[in-house]
Ligand binder design. Sequence first.
Ligand SMILES: Nc1nc2c(c(=O)[nH]1)N[C@H]1C(S)=C(S)[C@@H](COP(=O)(O)O)O[C@H]1N2
Ligand SMILES: [Mo]
Length: 324
Amino acid sequence: MLIRRQPRWALPEAMATPEAVYLDRRRFVAGGAAALAAAALGGCDRPGAQDIVPAVPDPSGDLYPVARNTAYTVMRDMTPFSVSSRINNFFEFGSSKNIAHKAAKLPVRPWEISIGGLVEEERTIAIDELLAKMPLEERVYRHRCVETWAMVVPWSGFPLKALVDLARPLGAAKFLVMKTFLNPELAPTQRQDWYPWPYTDILTMDEATNELAFLVTGVYGRPAPAQFGAPLRLAVPWKYGFKSIKSIVSFAFVEKRPDTFWEVVDSREYGFWANVNPDVPHRRWSQEMEWMLGTRELFPTRIYNGYGPEVAHLYDADDPKYFF
Ligand SMILES: Nc1nc2c(c(=O)[nH]1)N[C@H]1C(S)=C(S)[C@@H](COP(=O)(O)O)O[C@H]1N2
Ligand SMILES: [Mo]
């Protein structure tokens, strides 16, 4: 094995402890060491995620591939499917990144999505009905996890704004609260009831209607496999990855927001805004650099993950609160 000397910020994944492993370590000091060792082994020699058989067939295959919106491309190589489909964060299925085979047990049909709170009319809509209504396109986005790894993925889906327009929120709505499914029988970590399940994340209305906020239904020109957060997952590429909530079952418009999942778990580590910023370190590591999943190539982290032109106007860059 080639061992290179690396500067302090070049954190291998084992040092930038995945938040989930870290949490487990704090709670089960003994068991955590094994989890950490497993995380250190990385995800490279695992069976191919393409060999995994999903729990139920996904009937939306004919919709893909969809046309790429060339306004959203990046100056970096795409992360291969074989990498991004095998190394995932989906805490519901465990604290390691090798959860693709467990996530495959999630039946992504039937899948109902509720839209409620401060809207003209509350409603429930099935995913395939929603897919038929929404303007599907492909966008290549950068993704930056708070743990310092990054990837480039061709997502298919539609702007979150299209769903907001469908929902017709009332003027009083200030935030959009999104929740992941809750099914402890399928998702083993959801049996650990000291966590504030279901996973919840929240955007302001300005963020939710920003052109970049994207609801993902497919990846690499096909329906998204479960580990990516099928059948409906958020991508907000200017924020740390934990904001991009997976397998969403509800959208609620509210005036006063509750806390997010990660704020409840540890508000000193994972804030509400979570906008990417190289100059604001995480409590346990620097955010100056990022490394690409697969190649481990290092790049300097960019403010708003490089998406400043689209989102900088939403925040006051001099106010540190927005970068946590
Ligand atoms: N419901 C849910 N959504 C989630 C997570 C999770 O554990 N549960 N992990 C988040 C984190 S930390 C990241 S980095 C991304 C990972 O997405 P990927 O597995 O497609 O790379 O999903 C985010 N969305
Ligand atoms: Mo993450």
